[in-house]
Design a protein around this ligand. Structure first.
Ligand code: PPE
Length: 305
């Protein structure tokens, strides 16, 4: 089904959904010179809606632009307000928000420093990224044959559009083989992240995730780490190998789209005794309590509409 909403924010104006178009010589279309964010807004139990960690997402959006060398022309507050305005303009109580900045048309060729930078913000209702069943009972993952970016090949701390060709290849590879999600190894062979999620493992009650060295600094990852530490789990940000993944008691993905999705199988090996395991379930439950506004301890992460 084709995605269709009411309004899209484009370069400072709210335009009709079908009017938000670009020229075929848009630089980003040829060379991947765009960058984006993925943000969720949730309907709370008290009837209000709130965006989860809005400031952190907007900050990473600005960071991506700085890394690519095409900084956002707008001010921080302008982007924040535009995001909130797009949600309202589309009449959404719960949605996924996609801000995208991209180098537009003008000159062709790799070096086009004077091309304009455009900013678009869209929002739409987006359910469980890896399925409702996946959130509940876990998904089947496979290690992809594609290596994740080396730190000096791509800028992994940014959500640069071009970075995602690597993810698209990996995702298609495992989906066509009958799995739900691709886990990717870094250039040294250690577990890095998934095509669009960060990854955690649990063994003997200890929580481990890959360090930030060569991955996207996930905001959900940070949220789960914060919660795990507050709950006094032993937490390590340390590289781990593929066989450590096979012998983990529990494993799960984190991401704005995927939220907290348990992994029930890796490379046809069952993860742990049961899925979701107790630690995954505990962290997942708290995460859902936070985003739904039930856990007041983390109310600082919510920006009300
Ligand atoms: N790693 C990658 C490569 C990634 O794309 C994401 C988000 C994450 C980790 C988790 O980051 P965070 O959302 O801040 O917790 N992936 C986005 C894109 C999904 C898509 O298919 O598009 C997302 O979840 O919004």
């Amino acid at each position: 089904m084709a995605l269709k909403g009411k309004k899209i924010w484009l370069d400072g104006e709210m335009v009709a959904w079908e009017e938000a178009k670009v020229h075929v010589l848009t630089h980003a279309l040829h060379y991947g010179t765009g960058y984006f964010e993925g943000i969720r807004c949730y309907a709370l139990e008290d009837g209000r809606s709130a965006v989860f960690r809005l400031d952190d997402h907007v900050r990473r959006f600005f960071d991506s632009g700085k890394i690519l060398g095409f900084p956002l022309p707008e001010a921080f507050g302008q982007i924040k307000n535009a995001i909130l305005a797009v949600i309202k303009a589309n009449g959404l109580k719960e949605c996924y928000i996609r801000p995208l900045a991209f180098v537009g048309s003008g000159d062709m060729g790799l070096y086009a420093p004077d091309n304009p930078i455009h900013v678009a913000i869209a929002a739409w209702a987006w359910g469980a990224y890896l399925g409702d069943e996946g959130i509940k009972n876990g998904i089947r993952a496979k290690v992809s044959s594609y290596t994740r970016h080396h730190v000096n090949v791509m800028m992994t701390k940014s959500k640069v559009s071009g970075n995602y060709v690597n993810s698209v290849l990996a995702k298609a590879e495992v989906k066509k083989a009958g799995y739900d999600e691709a886990i990717m190894l870094d250039a040294d062979g250690y577990v890095a992240e998934a095509s669009g999620e960060n990854i955690f493992i649990v063994r003997d009650g200890h929580v481990k995730t890959t360090p930030l060295t060569s991955i996207l600094p996930g905001i959900t990852r940070d949220s789960v780490l914060t919660v795990a530490r507050d709950k006094t789990y032993e937490v390590q940000e340390e590289r781990f190998t593929r066989d450590e993944l096979y012998t983990a008691d529990e494993a799960f993905f984190t991401g704005t789209a995927a939220e907290l999705t348990p992994i029930r199988e890796v490379d046809n090996r069952k993860v742990g005794e049961r899925c979701p395991g107790p630690v995954t379930l505990d962290l997942q439950q708290t995460f859902f309590d936070i985003i739904k506004g039930r856990d007041k301890k983390y109310a600082r992460w919510l920006t009300y509409l």
